[in-house]
Design a protein around this ligand. Structure first.
Ligand code: HEM
Length: 407
């Protein structure tokens, strides 16, 4: 006699789910590959092949309603926020920024990135303990991003306020899909900061990405409005470059060191053969995908596994579940840096595939090269704490580590 599998609920807003999403993901893949949420009025795809096919079919799975599944989508983005833009505009806008994020362009930044990592390490290298989330994973992409975009440096006016807003932007009440007043105020503050910055670069151009955004043209028409406002496309683009770059990379760097602490055998392999660094980074993106899900909207009726999604239906592509699919990866819950180079969906795929993937990979690789020799056989010194943010993300706000202090 076989017993019927117990039904589970996929509710990405629920704190219980967030505490350990992976058993729910397994149940979805096995029992409800097109999961219907009556509560949130969407369908969720969780198997690797289904999610990949949807990501590669942007004419059926449209992005205009936003990749966020809470009501932050249109509050915090706007026109120009690339992941939420469909064609033909998407490709025109992406072409403006693509050259700045090519691996060969970024290779020139490696020394600068290494300098940022070394400065951060210098603050705690003699201590024998560190909160790796607060003292490396978050400040690294933040600093690097300011360097890459040509934003004000840490010492310049307005930067401290901007750093505070970045976190306040994520202010949410548990189980509630709405933005809090704190998050709304932070959004408005960041938008105004970027407007002022763009105006400044328009008046006094420099050799940086922001100056090029404000000068760019599409088919002879200036990309940036003459009178910049929160609804200007160039502002949406600035927001995604900034927000997309920092939090997800903080998630990657935090999870990388967490996974290595929890898998000392893998760490020993890596310490014996540092050339496995990029593989460890890639395996972290698969195993602990910083961006767990994105939303889409169907342009036509779609039937999959016997379930019909109507035209105009909201669909969630659960990248975090697809990357743990046993149909695609052997022993998918294991963190195994010797898998070779398996294809994963941690950076999405197709038209909306991550623009910043080469930058994120470079930052994580350099962080590993610099910090692992110092940390040695480090251990977790307390429970890691998840960062309170939208359910899309899997990021750490605290990651306390102990390591043998240099004598
Ligand atoms: C580990 C770090 C990162 C992860 C895991 C990540 C993940 C992703 C994923 C999964 C997508 C696809 C979204 C979709 O399917 O709709 C995406 C898109 C995007 N990412 Fe990243 N990202 C990371 C770092 C960055 C960085 C450093 C930047 C900085 C520029 C960035 C900028 C973007 C942009 C602009 C898009 C939209 C691309 C488009 O729609 O054409 N990301 N990212």
């Amino acid at each position: 006699m076989t017993t019927a599998p117990t039904a589970m609920e996929y509710d990405p807003f629920s704190p219980a789910f967030q505490a350990d999403p992976f058993p729910v993901y397994r149940w979805m893949r096995d029992e409800a590959p097109v999961f219907r949420s009556e509560k949130w009025n969407w369908w969720a795809l969780s198997r690797f092949e289904d999610v990949r096919a949807a990501a590669r079919d942007p004419e059926t799975f449209l992005s205009y309603e936003g990749i966020d599944i809470d009501d932050t989508a249109k509050d915090q983005s706007g026109p120009g926020f690339l992941p939420d833009v469909d064609n033909p505009r998407h490709d025109q806008v992406r072409r403006i920024v693509q050259p700045h994020f090519l691996p060969r362009t970024l290779a020139r930044k490696e020394d600068e990135i290494r300098g940022v990592v070394r400065r951060l390490l210098a603050a705690w290298r003699d201590r024998g303990e560190v909160d790796l989330a607060q003292e490396l994973a978050w400040p690294l992409p933040n600093e690097v991003f300011f360097t890459v975009l040509g934003l004000p440096s840490a010492q310049e006016e307005g930067r401290a306020q901007l750093d505070r807003w970045v976190h306040e932007l994520k202010d949410r009440r548990p189980g509630d899909a709405r933005l809090t007043p704190v998050a709304k105020a932070a959004t408005a503050g960041i938008q105004q900061f970027f407007i002022d910055l763009l105006e400044d670069r328009r008046r006094s151009p420099r050799e940086d990405v922001v100056s090029q955004l404000v000068r760019a043209e599409i088919d002879g028409v200036p990309f940036a409005d003459e009178h910049l406002q929160p609804a200007s496309e160039v502002l949406g683009l600035m927001m995604v470059l900034f927000l997309g770059g920092v939090e997800s990379t903080a998630g990657l760097v935090g999870s990388l060191f967490k996974n290595l602490a929890e898998s000392p055998d893998q760490r020993a392999l890596l310490r014996a053969d540092p050339s496995l660094g990029p593989a460890a980074v890639e395996e972290t993106i698969r195993h602990s995908s910083p961006l767990q899900l994105v939303g889409r909207t169907t342009s036509r009726e779609v039937t999959l596994h016997g379930v019909t999604i109507p035209a105009g239906g909201r669909v969630v592509l659960v990248y975090g579940a697809a990357n743990r699919d046993e149909r695609q990866f052997a022993d998918p819950d294991a963190f195994d840096i010797t898998r070779g180079k398996p294809r994963h969906l941690g950076f999405g795929e197709g038209r909306h595939g991550c623009l910043g993937a080469p930058l994120a990979r470079l930052e994580a690789k350099v962080a590993l090269e610099e910090a692992l020799p110092l940390l040695g056989d480090y251990t977790l010194a307390g429970p890691p704490v998840r960062y309170a943010t939208t359910p899309n993300m899997y990021v750490w706000s605290q990651l306390p580590l102990s390591f043998p202090a240099p004598s």
